[in-house]
Design a protein around this ligand. Structure first.
Ligand SMILES: C[C@H](N)C(=O)N[C@@H](CCCCN)C(=O)O
Length: 526
């Protein structure tokens, strides 16, 4: 898209750009919620619907099946041909319809037999899964369209942050939303996708306006519209024969296979291994913004926090050192006061499986932009991927081999840091390795490969969990014994080990191919 120097478009307005970011990120929020909220319901699915761990794993594993066999590539081609408005509506709609089918299936609408319920829920998850991945590509394209030349890295981090917030809230709140039943929690999650589709419809109005403005500008300046390159299989071949791309794509498979599937089982692990609860004690600890006596305080904290953050983001040239210190002080004080005033609630939360596990994606919302900023300013992306892979190994060893709750918390923190480090370093690195016109193909290829790893481990953890506890399954279902998660989680250490190996290979290949992954953003190797 060529920029007009004589007139302004809507994307030149800071306020409109951020409105657009929120409208587009709604779908990220709801689809990530729907992807991950089952994790808080695993125990309930076992007791209410009679699902085994393998069946739970099959249900979430099948979410990826259409994507494994090229659905994301098909989505990418549709995106190229029909544009992001229609592709967003089509695949957002597919995710919504899939989600409704899951809800109806769980309610016994298609039949009350367990296998009918499971299979119809799987059908819905397959449709949902295809929608989710293409929605993620559509959102990335929309963010690039509106933020290129402006705050692109920050906008991308915030866009993924909305997804993480969806994951965290879905994990933490679904048990409370369901009030002891699976279907209401699923219906709520499906409704969210419907509501955020309405936000996307509003975004379409902005998008049409921008296109018209740009067309008008180009006509006025006698400029040709820059054609975006369509998906081509020859591009795909070029990509996978590039060793740096191959290593980073495989790293995307092994790293995410060690994280996303674990998150689906993390609440159940905390309940079974460390005796955490699934539900909070009646009437206690349900501190959410609304309907709480702490609502007033919370709003003061939120207000002060936003003030501090906004102030700290004013460009340094226009702000004194004292001003900067003041901003950081406000942020720190607000954090401290918020944590202090919520200490009783927090201590209950830290013994509750879904709430504690939700802190992993929640923490990444803060840390991913911080690490992203570090990568922009200092570089070291390949080294940070090595560090992230190392932390993944530490996390899975401390959560499997040892039976110490402190080590367990440390493992979760380390997983959260790894889950912030690697994505913050990986996605901007792809943009260095791959030419911009092939980025769409690159993302579609990486997500397709990634879905193979996810599918295998989403299902594999559940299947191995049943296998490893074969002797005690009856007693576990009767509530007399707990699952032993040692082997299923130890399996994930392999993902970390292969990830470290691939990140070293990537660093070496980068030295040879000179993409500058270790250099700050915008700096090229000599
Ligand atoms: C869900 C999707 N397959 C994925 O891996 N998403 C990444 C973010 C990708 C951002 C690309 N600009 C994630 O870490 O959630």
């Amino acid at each position: 898209m060529k920029k007009d120097t004589s007139g302004k478009t809507w994307k030149d307005s800071v306020a409109l750009r951020w409105v657009v970011l929120i409208l587009v990120s709604g779908l990220m929020f709801s689809t990530y919620w729907f992807q991950d909220f089952f994790s808080g319901l695993k125990g309930l699915m076992e007791s209410e619907l009679g699902f085994t761990s393998e069946e739970f794993g099959r249900l979430i594993g099948f979410t990826t099946i259409a994507n494994m066999f090229g659905m994301i590539i098909v989505g990418g081609i549709i995106l190229d041909k029909w544009g992001l408005r229609l592709a967003g509506l089509l695949f957002g709609g597919l995710a919504a319809v899939g989600a409704v089918i899951v809800a109806l299936g769980s309610a016994g609408f298609f039949g009350e037999d367990k296998s009918v319920m499971l299979n119809t829920m799987i059908l819905g998850r397959i449709m949902f899964g295809s929608g989710l991945e293409v929605v993620c590509v559509v959102c990335t394209r929309a963010v690039v369209k509106w933020f290129k030349g402006y705050e692109l890295a920050l906008a991308m981090a915030i866009n993924v942050g909305f997804g993480r917030l969806g994951t965290a809230l879905g994990m933490a709140l679904s048990v409370d939303i369901g009030k002891g039943f699976v279907t209401p929690a699923i219906s709520f999650a499906a409704t969210l996708i419907g509501l955020t589709l309405i936000m996307f419809l509003i975004y379409i109005v902005f998008d049409i306006k921008l296109d018209r403005q740009v067309k008008g500008q180009n006509a006025g300046n006698n400029l040709e519209e820059e054609e975006e390159e369509d998906f081509r299989f020859s591009d795909l071949i070029k990509l996978i024969t590039n060793s740096s791309f191959l290593y980073i794509a495989l790293l995307c498979v092994t790293f995410y296979a060690g994280v996303f599937p674990f998150i689906q089982y993390a609440p159940d692990l905390l309940v079974n291994k460390f005796g955490f609860s699934y539900n909070l004690p009646e009437g206690q600890g349900n501190f959410i913004l609304f309907g709480s006596t702490n609502f007033g305080n919370t709003m003061v904290y939120v207000g002060l926090f936003i003030f501090g953050l906004a102030f700290s983001m004013i460009p340094s040239k226009r702000k004194t050192a004292a001003g900067k210190m003041l901003a950081y002080l406000v942020i720190f004080a607000v954090f401290y006061a918020a944590i202090y005033s919520m200490r009783d609630t927090l201590s209950l939360w830290l013994q509750n499986g879904p709430k504690t596990a939700s802190l992993i994606p929640l923490g990444t919302i803060l840390f991913t932009p911080i690490f992203g900023n570090y990568v922009d300013k200092k570089g070291k992306a390949a080294s940070l991927m090595i560090l992230g892979s190392f932390l993944l190994i530490f996390a899975h060893i401390s959560l499997s081999v040892f039976n110490n709750v402190i080590l367990g918390y440390l493992g979760l923190v380390s997983l959260g840091v790894a889950f912030s480090l690697v994505p913050a370093a990986m996605w901007p690195s792809v943009a260095k390795i791959v030419a911009e016109k092939r980025l769409g193909t690159a993302y579609a290829t990486m997500f397709t490969l990634q879905n193979w790893g996810l599918g295998l481990f989403f299902w594999g953890i559940g299947a191995v969990l049943d296998l490893a506890n074969k002797q005690n399954l009856e007693a576990i279902r009767a509530g007399e014994m707990m699952y032993d998660y040692t082997i299923p989680v130890l399996m994930l250490v392999v993902c970390g080990v292969v990830s470290i190996f691939l990140s070293f290979l990537l660093k070496k290949a980068d030295r040879r191919q000179k993409y500058g992954l270790e250099l700050p953003s915008g700096q090229k190797p000599e």
